[in-house]
Design a protein around this ligand. Structure first.
Ligand code: EBR
Length: 366
């Protein structure tokens, strides 16, 4: 019986693309650290939605937030381990709307989770133009904020499309000079930027109100594991919902029932395997430069030198090339703000996968 069940399930699983095949260049997730399998098992039935029952796991979530806070230069940070970047951004939007208002300026490169928030919370999103290097035009933001009623600024530290980093320091200055809120979406970049050779300020070392940072992107946790962190506990009052039937009467998350294993995995990795994150990030950055150089050597035009582990290739027919690559069983994605392909170099991509990819690219786009 047991064998039959797994034979049945494997029929479906076999249809999935596999990270280890080295043909997935479009994902921002990768294989989790092997030890997390055991951790998921240990915390499988825990429910952070009922923290009065799962007191230990709730305490573990708090410890995880503390570790994340320390990593982002704020020991006083308040927050939750959530399902990912989308929920983290939606949580920030909840606070912005209650605390300040509905007018939010954000870059054209902002992730589509903000569009979901707009629809759900009836927000007014103003999209700021970009500089030639695909970071937000802070002059545009400053002028708009000074001439209009704006309640919050959103900056991206590691854009989904290009991996570019907005000038968070300048955005924070504009926000604070005008007494408005600033949220930083570092869902992807949060675990990459601190390991770059060049030091870039993007976290609570600046006067930022909240940050999104995902475990399941560059910190080797299984899915789902995101993080939303606020400057202090003060912000919790904008999130608390009366949860009368629970032992613990207040909830600050959008989700009710939610797993505890994400927090347990991120806690373990931050506390005991921090070196693994660093090692993997550095490998990804190195491989991104390797791909960038290989592309140039072979006559392709990278859009720019990669900031993080995302490489873009200029291509007027990018949609067609993307499709042709898919026919060859290679998965890349495309940009919205440039005519370009988008390749994310995650830990499952090795140098030999890049060499093979170049050969396939030559076949579909000689
Ligand atoms: C890409 C998520 C992705 C993961 C795409 C795996 C394809 C995959 N990005 O196969 C930013 C800057 C992001 C982002 C997701 C989200 C949403 C927010 N901000 O809810 O965890 O790049 O998907 O994160 P999510």
């Amino acid at each position: 019986m047991y064998e039959e069940i797994f034979k049945d399930l494997n029929r479906f699983r076999e249809l999935d693309a596999k990270y280890e095949d080295g043909n997935i260049f479009c994902s921002m997730c990768s294989k989790p650290l092997p030890i997390t399998k055991k951790i998921v098992n240990l915390f499988l039935e825990t429910n952070l939605g009922d923290s009065g029952l799962f007191k230990g796991t709730a305490q573990l979530e708090k410890e995880t937030i503390k570790l994340l806070g320390e990593f982002l230069n704020n020991r006083e940070a308040f927050g939750n381990i959530v399902s990912g970047g989308t929920e983290a951004n939606l949580t920030a939007l909840r606070v912005i709307k209650k605390m300040k208002g509905r007018n939010i300026i954000l870059p054209k490169t902002a992730h589509f989770s903000f569009e979901k928030g707009k629809e759900m919370m009836d927000l007014n999103l103003i999209y700021a133009s970009l500089n030639r290097d695909y970071t937000v035009d802070t002059k545009y933001v400053k002028e708009y904020v000074e001439d209009n009623k704006v309640d919050a600024i959103i900056g991206i530290a590691g854009t989904t499309e290009f991996g570019t980093i907005d000038n968070i320091k300048e955005l924070t200055k504009i926000a604070k000079d005008n007494n408005i809120y600033i949220h930083v979406d570092a869902a992807f970049g949060g675990f990459v930027i601190p390991f770059l050779d060049k030091k870039i300020e993007f976290d609570f070392s600046l006067n930022i109100d909240s940050i999104t940072i995902d475990g399941h992107k560059m910190a080797l946790t299984p899915i789902p594991c995101g993080g939303i962190l606020f400057k202090s506990e003060e912000y919790s009052k904008f999130l608390e919902t009366d949860a009368f039937y629970l032992i613990e009467k207040k909830q600050t998350t959008i989700l009710g029932t939610r797993p505890g294993y994400g927090a347990a995995c991120l806690y373990t990795i931050l506390k005991y395997f921090f070196d693994e994150i660093e090692k993997n990030v550095k490998k990804c950055l190195k491989n991104s430069i390797y791909l960038y150089k290989k592309l140039k050597e072979n006559g392709y035009k990278p859009l720019m030198k990669p900031t993080l582990n995302i490489v873009n290739i200029e291509d007027e027919n990018y949609l067609e090339t993307c499709e042709k690559l898919k026919e060859k069983n290679y998965f890349v994605s495309v940009c919205k703000n440039a005519n370009a392909l988008r390749l994310v170099i995650m830990p499952h991509i090795e140098k030999e996968h890049i060499d093979k990819f170049i050969e396939v690219l030559k076949e579909v786009k000689p």
